[in-house]
Write a protein that binds this ligand. Structure first.
Ligand code: TXA
Ligand code: MG
Length: 328
């Protein structure tokens, strides 16, 4: 792990040589490689053990770089992206757009669409600027596992697979970017995230049902801990935890609830959904590494950032919630 100015120059050097680097973003840590270097892209897939059919997000340091990786299909599309860019970039919004024909196929897994975002993280921006090339980066976890929100998390996930991790402290949002596809005047949310449906509403009709573009990575069993994870969906009073259980609580639990668990993580004592999101993956990882046998999680209110957290929680619990029938 490496920090500061030396960290930036070492990261650029590594990327320039076709290597991969664990880097901080404002959402989660990414595993970065030069988007124009197919060998670097292949190394990302290999380190994560990710299927080659699952495309990568391309990161830019500023919206002015868009046409290096995108080819707009119409003036309307360009205008819509400009409006979104003004409102949300740099920041946690990823937009699916027609890909530049020269961008390596491996990045988009053969799709004609590329997912792009402009990161607001100053270290990552600086690295991309100095490299002078767009950077492809998925979350820096092994495929299907818990996303990393600190450099130490990246070390635990991929430390033995990658040469360098740039330490930029913990991630501001703690939740992956919102992914949208555009269809004329409407937007489709493919993955909920920090930019909420409410905030996107003023840019056009926001749908979730139609599939303008397929997202291969949106599997039901994703973000998974090793341990079984169940969302507490029954009446809390009638709920009985088995011996040695861990509890992912939304707010500070009452003493009666506390004594049923041998490990507890509180996402936000005051019930703030943004704070809960920032703590989510770290808390899940600590419980997964604790001595308990099974994990239980509070459901969170599905509004604002709560939509993204519940999306991840359902996927993380996929296969563990027998009988609850509520995951997708
Ligand atoms: O916040 C984020 O988005 C983080 C940071 C590192 O930028 N990145 C991230 O990447 O979450 P990843 O690979 O873990 O998730 C990206 C999702 C996957 O489900 C992938 O299938 C989808 O976006 N995706 C990427 N490119 C796509 C494309 N061209 N077409 C459809 N889906 C795409
Ligand atoms: Mg991921």
């Amino acid at each position: 792990m490496i920090i500061g100015e030396q960290g930036i120059s070492k990261s650029v050097e590594c990327l320039r040589g076709g290597g991969v680097v664990g880097l901080p973003t404002e959402t989660v840590y990414g595993l970065a490689g030069d988007a124009w270097n197919p060998l670097a892209i292949a190394r990302i897939f290999e380190a994560k053990d990710r299927p080659l059919t699952d495309p990568l997000i391309v990161h830019l340091p500023e919206a002015g770089w868009l046409e290096r990786v995108v080819r707009f299909s119409s003036l309307e599309q360009r205008k819509m992206v400009e409006r979104l860019a003004t409102a949300f970039w740099p920041g946690p919004l990823t937009v699916l757009l027609p890909k530049h024909p020269d961008l390596p196929e491996l990045v988009t897994a053969g799709s004609d669409y590329v997912a792009v975002r402009v990161t607001s993280h100053p270290l990552f921006q600086e690295v991309i600027h100095r490299l002078g090339s767009p950077v492809a980066a998925p979350s820096a976890n092994r495929f299907g596992r818990i996303s990393p929100t600190s450099a130490e998390d990246v070390r635990l996930e991929l430390g033995d697979k990658i040469p360098l991790i740039l330490d930029g402290g913990s991630c501001k949002h703690g939740m992956e970017s919102t992914i949208v596809a555009l269809d004329g005047e409407s937007l489709e949310i493919l993955r909920p995230g920090p930019i909420t449906k409410e905030r996107l509403n003023e840019f056009g009709h926001v749908g979730t049902a139609r599939k303008i573009v397929n997202t291969p990575g949106s599997l039901p069993g994703h973000y998974a801990p090793r341990k079984k994870l169940r969302i507490i969906e029954t009446d809390i009073k009638g709920f009985a935890a088995e011996a040695d259980s861990g509890y992912l609580a939304f707010t500070t639990p009452d003493p009666e609830m506390r004594e049923r668990f041998s490990a507890i993580e509180v996402l936000s004592p005051s019930g703030d959904l943004c704070e809960a999101a920032a703590n989510f993956y770290g808390a899940l990882r600590r419980l997964d590494n604790s001595k308990v046998d099974i994990l239980y999680a509070d459901p969170l209110p599905e509004e604002g950032m709560g939509v993204a957290i519940m999306d991840r929680l359902r996927r993380a619990s996929h296969g563990s919630n027998h009988g609850s029938g509520h995951h997708d």
